[in-house]
Design a protein around this ligand. Structure first.
Ligand code: SRM
Ligand code: SF4
Length: 556
């Protein structure tokens, strides 16, 4: 047996934090310093926030010997991504009054604010709390925002999937009163029952833990990318149970082959009534066996690969309330969103609006934030409608009447937004990266739109402009836009340079492979041009681009 390795520093921070309090209360009472002491900087994540600084300003501030321009990113917990229009309007106001004027829809179906000054953090969270939302456990070593196939209003099964996401989120919500005490101002009951975390214990999980619920044939949530996913099996319009998928994960580090992305393994099926106990069995197994000494090796995917799927299933069985049954057949037809209008059986209309890289902002000739605010304020829609966030960084304006549908179209057109984009752009995603992400090695959100302009041109040249091809970009190998399962994945390596991966499946079920390392813009475009030329000439029938590059083995 190897000697046990020492625990990572984060384990000590959690253990002595008094259930995630640390010295955060004092740190927020003191606003002269815009950041946080180191340990609190780790603990704040459990409360849904990160200390960041504007990296565009770093060189100039360094020259002037100034400290970094610190601010906070806050991420909400919105299981299933459903907001009422009134909640959305509060978020819109907060973005304008207390953040950087934008709302960022994330790949986990929630909202992030960037650029909140420390002195504004409490006010922001109090307003979020007032509309019955929170940021608890949106980051940190806990179960994160639980995602579900978008739009519960589409069918009864979709509604059940979102309800499942809410149940899972509530079940795994940390019980500590720290968030309310530090930010909302609730007082701790002295002499009350001692605080406990019945599921997590005082050191929570070894690392983040992510859950998704999918309703086939849509794999919009990318079930193979998360620690634990549930694929709904629907009969007569109702979810009767779920296939259970474990051990997906995207994160890796350049030059460290012991870190890698992994697609989840389908291990069996459970009836709908066993959803929460099954999730608890998986999560507690990871709590007990996950690596607490090396954070780069601490996700469930490594626990499973180190010990084997058979071991995992055996250990899981000893914790479950029911036996896993054989997995049931399922089929996914894609992992994108259907942009445009759909109508449900009650006659309500739902508009899935493409939001480039999830950034809701106003800019000259493109008044997206204003348009969404105007729509959310429409009389009656404000009480009946919904604003649903998707895991492809888009927004669904749900439950509009015939008259509202026409009005929504007019508002979008007037604002210069909402017109259809190229197929490839509508299916592309980029992570945030610069200037806020402290881990970015290259641009992503600010770089991809221009690159897509050029990819569009290449596709047109080959007559491929109606072909759906997923392109995903990240500013580093952590994989926040799930690039390793895209048909074309671009992973930031150095400023202006990316690792080009190709060969993911159109339904998100297969990892792509590295084709060229550290390529700049012109190399990327020239390689893609060659691949598109071959694809146009040699593809068979309606073969997808990812399947094609695999079949002809472009790595040979
Ligand atoms: Fe992520 C870290 C942004 C989804 C894997 N991610 C970060 C941080 C917080 C950077 C940091 O640690 O300092 C980024 C903040 C950037 C900023 O300025 O806002 C960040 N991640 C995002 C978002 C906003 C990307 C987006 O453009 O939408 C997504 C927010 C999701 C949410 O609402 O909860 C986001 N991150 C993901 C996903 C996709 C998913 O969950 O479906 C992944 C890959 C799946 C997975 O976890 O394996 C992902 N983020 C990571 C990792 C690598 C984790 C690992 O196991 O190695 C990190 C780095 C870390 O945790 O150390 C990271
Ligand atoms: Fe930041 Fe990397 Fe995630 Fe992009 S993939 S948001 S650069 S951590």
């Amino acid at each position: 047996m190897n000697d046990p390795q020492p625990l990572s520093r984060n384990e000590e921070i959690k253990a002595r934090s008094n259930f995630l309090r640390g010295t955060l209360k004092d740190a927020f009472d003191e606003t002269a310093f815009g950041g946080l002491p180191d340990d609190d900087g780790q603990l704040i994540k459990f409360h849904g926030m990160y200390v960041q600084d504007d990296r565009d300003l770093r060189p100039e501030r360094m020259k002037r010997k100034l400290d970094r321009a610190y601010s906070f990113m806050a991420r909400l917990r919105i299981p299933g991504g459903v907001l009422t229009p009134r909640q959305y309007l509060t978020m819109d106001r907060l973005a304008g009054e207390r953040a950087n004027g934008t709302i960022r829809v994330t790949t986990r179906q929630t909202i992030q604010f960037h650029g909140i000054l420390k002195s504004n953090v409490r006010a922001v969270l109090q307003e979020i709390d007032a509309v019955l939302l929170d940021t608890i456990a949106a980051c940190g070593d806990v179960n994160r925002n639980v995602i579900a196939t978008a739009n519960p209003f589409l069918s009864r099964a979709h509604a059940e999937a979102v309800e499942a996401a809410r149940q899972l989120s509530a079940h795994f919500l940390p019980r500590t009163g720290a968030w309310r005490e530090i930010f909302i101002g609730d007082r701790r009951v002295l002499g009350g029952e001692p605080e406990v975390e019945p599921i997590y214990g005082s050191t929570y999980l070894p690392r983040k833990f992510k859950i998704a619920v999918a309703v086939p044939p849509s794999n919009d949530v990318d079930v193979f990318a998360h620690d634990l996913s549930f694929i709904a099996i629907v009969e007569n319009g109702r979810i009767i149970g779920y296939n259970v998928v474990v051990g997906g994960g995207m994160g890796a580090s350049h030059g460290e082959p012991e870190t890698y992305p992994r697609t989840g393994t389908v291990i069996g099926y459970v009836g709908a009534g066993h959803l929460v106990p099954t999730a608890e069995a998986v999560l507690t197994l990871q709590r007990d066996y996950g690596d607490r000494s090396n954070r780069k090796h601490a996700r469930l995917k490594y626990t499973i690969d180190d010990r084997g799927v058979d071991w995992f299933v055996r250990e899981l069985a000893s914790r479950m309330t029911t036996a896993l049954e054989a997995k049931r057949p399922f089929h996914f037809d894609g992992n994108g969103d259907a942009i445009g209008w759909t109508t449900d059986t009650e006659g309500f209309h739902h508009r899935t609006l493409f939001i480039e890289n999830g950034r809701i902002a106003d800019r000259s000739g493109h008044q997206l934030r204003t348009a969404l605010r105007t729509i959310a304020m429409l009389p009656e829609f404000i009480d009946r409608g919904a604003v649903v966030l998707t895991t492809n960084q888009n927004v669904v304006l749900a439950r509009a009447t015939d008259a509202e549908r026409a009005r929504i179209d007019a508002i979008l057109a007037e604002a210069g937004v909402g017109s259809r984009q190229s197929v490839v752009r509508e299916n592309a995603m980029a992570c945030v990266a610069l200037p806020t992400c402290g881990l970015a090695l290259a641009e992503s959100e600010r770089f991809l739109p221009g690159l897509i302009d050029e990819i569009d041109e290449l596709l047109k040249l080959r007559g491929l402009e109606t072909q759906k091809i997923t392109v995903r970009m990240t500013g580093c190998p952590n994989g926040c836009a799930r690039p390793y399962i895209a048909e074309i994945g671009l992973i930031g390596r150095n400023p202006g340079r990316y690792n080009l991966h190709v060969g993911g499946a159109a339904d998100g079920s297969r990892l792509n492979r590295l084709l060229r390392e550290n390529a700049d813009r012109s190399e990327i475009l020239s390689i893609l041009d060659g691949l598109f030329a071959r694809y146009a000439a040699e593809r068979s029938g309606n073969e997808g681009f990812g399947d094609f590059v695999q079949r002809v083995n472009v790595w040979a």
